[in-house]
Every structure is written in C-alpha cells, then in structure tokens.
Design a protein around this ligand. Structure first.
Ligand code: SF4
Length: 359
C-alpha cells in the first residue's frame, strides 16, 4: 500500500508507538436510492495500548460509524468500501489482523467481538434484551468465548456486577433490565462488555441517556476499569467536557473526516483547526455567565452534495477564497499534532500517503 511506503515522518513516528488499533484510509459508505452517503471518508487514527482515545464531533460527523466499522456492525445499507482496520492483539505483535478484511458474519470476527474488542452503546434498553435476566445475558456473552460451566459463569457474572458497582449483585443477577434504573442498566451493559476481559473497549456515547450525576459515576467507572484491566478505550462523544475528563488523545471529526488530532493538551490548550476552536467556544463556561452562548453558525452540509473545497468553509470564520475550491491536506502543527486546514499548509488533499501523518 502506498501509505506504508510513504516517507512521511509523522506517520513513521506514530508507527513506532505501541498501538492496539490502527485505522488507515477507512471509507464506510451508505448506498441509498437518493445517492451515496460517505459517512466515513478516508479516516486515519490509532488507539494506543492502555490509553484512551476520544473521537469528538457534531451529530452526523461519522464518529459512531467509524467505531461500528471496527467490528463491522454497521447498520444496513452501510458497508466498508476501502481502507484497513488493523488490530494488534499482542503488544509485540508484528502481525495485525485486518478487521476490515474479515467476513462480517465469519467465525474469526465473531471470536474477536466481545472477547478482544467490546462495544458499549449509548442506549442500554436497546442493547440489552428485556426478556432475559441480566445474569443470563452476561453468562451467554462469557460462555460464547470461554469454556466455563454454567455455575462458574454465574459466579463470574456476579463478580463482574460487583466490580461495576451494582449493589447486591447475587440478587441483581436474576433481575430483568426493566427492573433496573438507567444508571444500573448502563453498569450491567458495561459488565457484559467487560466480562471476557477485552483489550479494547469501544464506548459510543455511554452516558448520553443518563442524568448528569450518574454520568460522572459511569465515566469514573470506565476510567478505573481501564486502569484495573489494562484496557485501551475508544470513547465516542459529542461532549468535550466528557472528553476532557477521560482521554489521553483526541481526534476531531467533521463530515466523515478527521480534521484535527493530537493529545488532550494539544486539543484543549493549542486547538488549531477553526472547527475545533469553534467547538471549544460552544462549551458553556461558568466564567462567561450572563453572556450569550457561542454557537457554530450554519449547519453541517447536506451529505449527498459535499462542498467542492474544505468541508467546513461555509461555516468557517477564517475561510479564504481557495478554501471554497480546494480541500486542504493534513499538516503537522506540532509534535504528533495535526490539522487539516490551509492556515497550516499550502498542500491540497491528494494521495493516501500524504494523509498518513494523521496519528
Ligand atoms: Fe477554514 Fe479554510 Fe481552514 Fe477550511 S481550510 S478550516 S475553510 S481556514
């Protein structure tokens, strides 16, 4: 592949870091009667081992579809049309598994789903079955991957419920999900996701459906379990406040593309892309009480008719003439900090090799 032969310094540097997931030029499209929606359109990102990566952006930016593409659980009619999703199960492994190449319903991908890589969805009532007890669902997830007896699997399910902070776990294991509060359901879902000890947890807006006090508890729980279980985490959210508390690295997405990536401090202290700056300004702050809340003007462009130039041009306060004609290439703006904007480069988006300096 051309991007692996690329002499790009930034890409080679990130190749040397200990990563567990490496997404390269991922494209996930939805072919509909009205046209093609390029929900994920050439995304590059990587998740470091035992670190948390946050993917942030407005609704419709492609962050959820990026995460669902990792395990090929994309809703129909979406499908991966190009790119690689390299998973490195072992720390020193030179032989990643390309998840994008595996059969969607094949044995190998089913073995990885729930065992090595787990997903936590935003709405536990949808993700959990109402007709089976919490225990049954955790035990099923466990016995699918591990040869435990029913009795041992139940013991492990109770242990896991205890670990995620559910009181009286030996009683709650026999409860149905409709008997649990929203926060307890989300904890049960996390227990189910973690019971096989995954190496990577993908959490898609895990606190959206619960109130703010419980939200803080769930985020603390994920963070502490990440440390206890030596996991990597990919956290998807539209909430920069959540990101600030949780992650080591951040990727900012807009209209199916990564527009900025860097460490937590890069993005919060040295935000470079005008979209990232606008997102930050739209966070309500106590110090600005009494002042009108800043919003990002305009709307995300129609997915069927993408702009010719920079996707953010219509909404960008710094847009120049060329921004409406050409798409900028990703440019390094610091050490392992990149932004896709003509304020930092004269180069236009071109071959995949040039894009590869995205971390
Ligand atoms: Fe704004 Fe131009 Fe940069 Fe796009 S390339 S974010 S329009 S300044």
């Amino acid at each position: 592949m051309s991007f692996l032969r690329s002499a790009d310094v930034g890409y080679r540097r990130f190749l040397m870091t200990d990563r567990i997931l490496d997404i390269q030029n991922l494209k996930t499209y939805f072919h509909t009667q009205e046209g093609v929606i390029r929900a994920v359109d050439g995304v590059y990102l990587s998740v470091r081992r035992r670190k948390a990566l946050g993917i942030v952006g407005e609704s419709g930016c492609g962050k959820s579809i990026t995460s669902l593409s990792v395990l090929q659980v994309i809703p129909s009619p979406g499908r991966i049309v190009d790119g690689r999703v390299l998973f490195y199960p072992e720390a020193e492994s030179d032989r990643p598994v390309d998840l994008a190449q595996l059969k969607r319903h094949g044995r190998e991908l089913r073995r990885i789903r729930g065992k090595d890589i787990s997903l936590v969805f935003q709405e536990p009532m949808v993700a959990l079955s109402p007709v089976y007890t919490v225990g049954n669902q955790i035990i099923e997830a466990l016995r699918l991957h591990e040869p435990h007896s029913k009795r041992r699997a139940r013991e492990l399910a109770v242990e896991m419920l205890d670990k995620v902070g559910i009181p009286n776990p030996d009683v709650m294991v026999d409860r149905y999900t409709f008997e649990l509060s929203g926060g307890m359901r989300q904890r049960a879902l996390i227990a189910m996701a973690l019971v096989c000890g995954p190496k990577l947890l993908i959490a898609d807006e895990p606190t959206t459906a619960i109130d703010v006090t419980i939200q803080a508890q769930i985020l603390d729980l994920i963070r502490s379990l990440q440390t206890d279980m030596d996991m990597s985490v990919m956290l998807i959210t539209h909430d920069l406040g959540v990101i600030a508390e949780m992650v080591d690295d951040i990727v900012v997405m807009y209209l199916g593309k990564v527009v900025e990536s860097g460490s937590l401090h890069d993005i919060f202290d040295r935000a470079s892309h005008p979209y990232t700056v606008a997102l930050q300004r739209s966070i309500p702050r106590f110090q600005r009480r009494g002042q009108p809340l800043e919003v990002i003007r305009g709307n995300v462009p129609d997915p069927y008719t993408r702009p010719q130039g920079c996707e953010f041009a219509e909404r960008c306060p710094k847009a120049m003439n060329r921004c409406f004609q050409d798409k900028p290439a990703m440019a390094e703006v610091g050490d392992r900090h990149s932004a896709k904007c003509f304020l930092f480069t004269d180069e236009v988006e071109s071959a995949p090799g040039r894009e590869a300096n995205v971390r």
